[in-house]
Design a protein around this ligand. Sequence first.
Ligand code: AMP
Length: 216
Amino acid sequence: MSITIALSKGRIFEETVPLLAAAGIVVTEDVDKSRKLIFDTTNPEVRVVLVRASDVPVYVQYGGADLGVSGLDSLIEHGGQGLYQPLDLQIAKCRVSVAVRKGFDYQHAVKQGARLKVATKYSTIARDFFAEKGVHVDMIKLYGSMELAPLTGMADAIVDLVSTGNTLKANDLVEVEPIMDISSRLVVNQASLKLKQRTLRPILDAFAQAVAAKNA
Ligand code: AMP
C-alpha cells in the first residue's frame, strides 16, 4: 500500500532528508529546482508532498498524507486532533519567544497590568502564555514578517520563532522572554497507522533508530 509523507520546505525538509535516507527513502529530484509539489522516491511505495509548515498537521489529519514532520509550534496551533505523535525527531530546533523594539520597557508593561498589543502567527501559544501570566493582550494575527509589527507601531510585542537571534537583531528587536523550546515531531494519521501497518511500521522504526543513533 502506498504511503504519502508531508514535509515543508526549508529546515524541516533538509533535516528530515538524512532520516528518510536511514529508512531507505531518497527523493529522486532536487525539490529546490522544481515547482512540483509531489515527488517520487527511491521506494516505489513512498511519495513526498511539499506543503506549508502549518498545513502539515492538516494534511495528515485528513488523510491527504499518511505521515508528516511538523514543528511543535505548528502542532500546537493545529491542536493535534486525529494525529498520532510517536516521535520527537529533535530536528529544526528553535524556541518561541516574546520580542519587542529596543528600548521598549517590557517588564514595566507586563507589570502594570496594561493591555499589551501582541502580533503573531502563533496565537494559541501566545494567548496561553499571556493568560498564564495574567497579562491582558490584544492579539493581532499575522502570517509572516512579524518583525515589522513593533517597528511600524502596530504592536508592542511579537511572538515568533527564534533560532540564532540574527533576524531580531537585524530589525532592532530584542528577545525579552522565551516561551518554549521547539523541535519537529513525526505525526501519523491514526487510520493509516492501522490500515498501512506493513509499510508504515518499518519507516517509523527506521526513523526512531536514526534519531536514537544521532543523539547517542
Ligand atoms: P534566526 O534569525 O536564526 O533567529 O531565525 C529566525 C527566523 O527564522 C524567524 O523568521 C523564524 O520564523 C525562522 N525560523 C527559525 N527557526 C525556525 C524553525 N526551526 N522552523 C521554521 N522557521 C524557523
